[in-house]
Design a protein around this ligand. Structure first.
Ligand SMILES: [Zn+2]
Length: 196
């Protein structure tokens, strides 16, 4: 599957999820047996650990389809980057999706953080997006999520670039509708050679 086909499969799977018409693909005994000899997932997802946004369910996929890394607030540290790099280099995953979501508790916690309190690494990673979102109209949490997703996409396009670099796209899952909104669906070009 190439990156365009992968993106299409995610979009179609999410449409099924939002309609409540899941196919639950690749979850039977035959699939379990087939995967014993190896895996070839066709997309990697960096998502939030929030219990309401499991990628395999919101994209209606099954065993062996998605390579998933989840942290609170979809924050990317060295271990997360190395995990995504493993998926790209060793599993040849053609597409990486950064998946934020509305009403993100980790983002709300970072917004509520007081300057006189010690800052953990999640707050520190989200803070630049908060500062950007304060300049935007609309809900501060959801604007922060969007900017944080876009920041992670820009970072991963550079960090994962190379001759066989994956497409990297950002997306936001809407808790109220079950729909995934792709922020950059038409731009799958890996950004190799970007300055520092
Ligand atoms: Zn979250």
């Amino acid at each position: 599957m190439n990156r365009t086909q992968a993106l299409r499969a995610l979009i179609e799977g999410n449409r099924r999820h939002a309609r409540g018409a899941h196919h639950h693909p690749h979850q039977d005994a035959d699939r379990i047996a087939f995967l014993v000899s190896g895996q070839s997932p066709w997309a990697a997802v960096l998502g939030c650990s929030d219990s309401r946004v499991p990628p395999e369910i919101v994209f209606d996929q099954g065993l062996g389809d998605l390579f998933v890394v989840r942290t609170a607030g979809h924050v990317c540290d060295a271990t997360v980057l190395a995990s995504l790099g493993y998926a790209v280099r060793h599993l040849q995953v053609p597409l990486v999706v950064v998946l934020g979501h509305t009403g993100c508790g980790a983002v709300r916690a970072a917004i509520a953080h007081r300057p006189d309190e010690p800052e953990d690494c999640l707050c520190a990673a989200i803070r630049p997006a908060i500062e950007g979102a304060r300049l935007c109209a609309g809900d501060l949490c959801d604007q922060t999520v969007r900017l944080h997703v876009e920041g992670m996409v820009a970072y991963l396009r550079q960090a994962l670039s190379g001759p066989e670099g994956p497409g990297v796209v950002g997306a936001v899952y809407h808790l109220d509708s079950g729909r995934v909104e792709f922020l950059t669906p038409g731009d799958l070009t890996p950004r190799s050679g970007l300055p520092g």
